[in-house]
Design a binder for this molecule. Sequence first.
Ligand code: G3H
Ligand code: ZN
Length: 267
Amino acid sequence: MELIDYFKKAQKENWAIGQFNFTTDEQLKGIIDAAKKLNSPIILGTSEGESQFLGLKKIKVLVDAFRDESDIPIFLNLDHGKNLDYIREAIKIGYNCVHFDGSDLCLEDNIKKTKNIVKLAFKKGVLVEGEVGIIGGKLTDPKEAKEFVQKTRVDILAVNIGTVHGGKAKIDFKRLAEIKKAVNDTPLVLHGGSGVNSTDIKKAIELGIVKININTELRLAWRKNMEEILKKDKNEIKPYKILTPLSEQIKKVVENKIKLFGSENKA
Ligand code: G3H
Ligand code: ZN
């Protein structure tokens, strides 16, 4: 099944696929091990900054290697792409999905640029995530969302219903229901997933969210556990001895999210 089929399935059955961002190999291992254990489809996210650390090409090769060793669906998304050349590169290299974040543009320009990317991505069978509203800023206007999806034909839509990247959310569920009604079957994406409590996550899924992005919680787990591991054994110098338990901790965080999102056994 392709990624779009998983979104449709999630929409029909009321669950969501997690997008988990990573920069390094031990994070990637933890995320994929969790998905393998729970037989869940998974989206791996890299922002422009995150992907510049390893480079798009190496990321693709690394993810392909993990994919070859597992029998769960693993998809790769360029998160918050703003630079058109960089997005083009990700499409060329073989990302499954690209998120064009034109949220700081006026609606007209956002539509224009997103349309160009959709055209490009469509030829390569790559999905496009568009964005209306600004995460942590302007809330998504349902009317604008409707116009945006009709004119751009994006595959999925990121909306701001009160979440903040790395901060605490105050979700406007009424708005979410209105957006859902306005955009019909276009799958909806919730950014800033780390700051949303479990009850609100479940309610958001019930109201039509099918993709949830998690980053900050994984970064915090990485930092906290790295510090603890290094503190526990001050003399350890073998990276694999330090990084193996670190991957384990990341795996635990992702396992909890997969269970919460309801994507367990949906691979
Ligand atoms: O695009 C990435 C996400 O929106 C992550 O948000 O860092 O609050 O989990 P978060
Ligand atoms: Zn985001």
